[in-house]
Design a protein around this ligand. Structure first.
Ligand SMILES: Nc1ncnc2c1ncn2[C@@H]1O[C@H](COP(=O)(O)OP(=O)(O)OP(=O)(O)O)[C@@H](O)[C@H]1O
Ligand SMILES: [Mg+2]
Length: 452
């Protein structure tokens, strides 16, 4: 029984000593309490795997020890022993959840056998629960796992799966439409809090005073319109996950209050004097560069460090083009299911999707496909059913590098000529047409700027 933690409770020192020697010899990790009172305290601190307690003791009795044990851990096996056994007390002990009721004097072998059995039963129960949880988690994670197979995305997903079962605060950063909320919900589903609520708020969508009352709650009469007490979302999400979306939009004053709430794990509703405790796992998301916001003085660094325990970065879709095909299939399957069609893409359409830059990321891809599915009569969606901006040649920026603060006419002209040329695929005659100048003038300029 290596390492099994047993708490021995008896007010008779001689018995306690004897038991201690016996259990140590068998490899148990032994702690002792020489009164019921001491046992109650030990239960709080030591978290044993097994309790062996006398029933009759001055102060707190063995039945009180039993009750306390069941309170701290309903599955903690408690074995009660008594010298004056009566059927009545035996029935009572077992009814109240004792694992075994033992009459003194007993043979050491008998006692050890019972304790071993109890420890083994506990171990199996814990293992069983762990396995069940693991199976549930796998089921859930397989059935609606966020889609993506690129290296960058898989890394992010793996980190999300690792942190999900912990209670750590997570900060998700990424451009708009990259799937920040998708990941936040996924973490919640895989967490121990999956059965609890997932509540969210968009910090950029509400004016400061409303946001605060939504987050922290308010009491009746604290402002016009507060006709009754209202729990804040942080409190309402108890036992679950709270998603703070667009955290970068939060005002300085609200940031201070949020920081305090996170540190103290309690909130004071607007207009209230008493605080309310909060039990939530916080996930925050931002499409801003918060470190830059800190440098600019618009985001508090202490709040940032509080939120940024684990950071998940969602790369933009253009940096994980390998995901485009898989995502497209995923969306088409979903759209098809709804419409009773079996939707696919022509090779050209897929080519177009892969080449596009997706400034709106996954959301834009999803919308483009939805539109195509509606417009196309055939189940195989052609490139022509995709939005025009997606079909256009990749965007070429007018000026590749940021222009100097006061660009001269020449700098602008040079950049403009280069842009038109690229847009026209290097065709100088067409470029001259677009520029509205003579081809010979264009050639001269190209020579002068060294672009020829
Ligand atoms: N990996 C993914 N698998 C499946 N669907 C995805 C994935 N990523 C994003 N989506 C879909 O793309 C859309 C945008 O995702 P989401 O709302 O999570 O993005 P966001 O990063 O929170 O965007 P915003 O910053 O604009 O709030 C959603 O409809 C979502 O279902
Ligand atoms: Mg979002």
């Amino acid at each position: 029984m290596d390492g099994v933690k047993i708490l021995l409770v008896d007010d008779e020192t001689a018995i306690l000593d004897a038991l201690q020697i016996l259990f140590r010899g068998e490899g148990f990790d032994v702690s002792v309490a020489s009164s019921g009172k001491a046992a109650l305290e030990a239960l709080e601190q030591a978290r044993p795997d097994l309790v062996l307690s006398d029933i009759r003791m001055p102060g707190a009795s063995g039945l009180e020890v039993l009750a306390k044990a069941r309170e701290v851990d309903p599955e903690l096996p408690v074995i009660l022993m008594t010298a004056q056994a009566s059927l009545q007390s035996a029935v009572r002990a077992v009814n109240e959840g004792a694992y075994y009721y033992l009459q003194k004097p007993f043979a050491n072998d008998e006692l050890l056998a019972i304790c071993r059995r109890a420890a083994e039963a506990r171990r199996l129960k814990a293992e069983n629960r762990q396995l069940k949880r693991e199976i549930r988690r796998r089921d859930r994670s397989q059935s609606d796992r966020p889609v993506g197979s690129s290296r960058a995305f898989r890394d992010t997903l793996a980190l999300a799966e690792t942190v999900a079962p912990t209670d750590s605060t997570v900060l998700i950063s990424g451009e708009s439409g990259t799937g920040k909320e998708v990941i936040a919900r996924y973490i919640h589903r895989l967490s121990e809090r999956a059965e609890g609520p997932f509540l969210s708020i968009n910090c950029g969508a509400l004016p400061e005073s409303l946001l605060e009352s939504e987050l922290f709650g308010h009491v009746k009469g604290s402002f016009t319109g507060a006709v009754r007490d209202k729990d804040g979302l942080l409190v309402a999400a108890r036992g679950g996950t709270f998603f703070l979306d667009e955290i970068g939009e939060m005002s300085a004053a609200t940031q201070v209050k949020l920081l305090r709430a996170l540190q103290e794990r309690e909130v004071t509703p607007v207009g209230a004097t008493e605080s309310v405790s909060v039990d939530v796992r916080v996930i925050a998301a931002t499409n801003r560069d918060l470190e830059e916001e800190i440098r600019r003085g618009t985001f508090r660094s202490d709040l940032y460090y509080r939120l940024n325990v684990i950071q998940l970065r969602l790369p933009p879709l253009r940096d994980r083009r390998d995901d485009v095909e898989m995502l497209a299939r995923h969306f088409l399957e979903r759209l098809g299911q709804r419409a009773g069609r079996s939707l696919t893409l022509t090779p050209e359409a897929l080519e177009v999707l892969r080449a596009y830059d997706w400034p709106g990321n996954v959301r834009e891809l999803e919308n483009a496909l939805e539109r195509a599915a509606v417009l196309a009569a055939a189940d195989e969606l052609a490139a022509s059913s995709l939005p025009e901006r997606v079909r256009e040649r990749p965007e070429v920026r007018l000026v590749a590098e940021p222009p100097p603060p006061n660009p001269t006419m020449e700098v602008i002209e040079q950049a403009y000529i280069r842009w038109v040329l690229e847009a026209e695929g290097g065709n100088k005659t067409r470029a001259a047409e677009v520029l509205g100048i003579d081809p010979s003038t264009l050639y001269r300029k190209l020579n002068r700027y060294g672009l020829a």
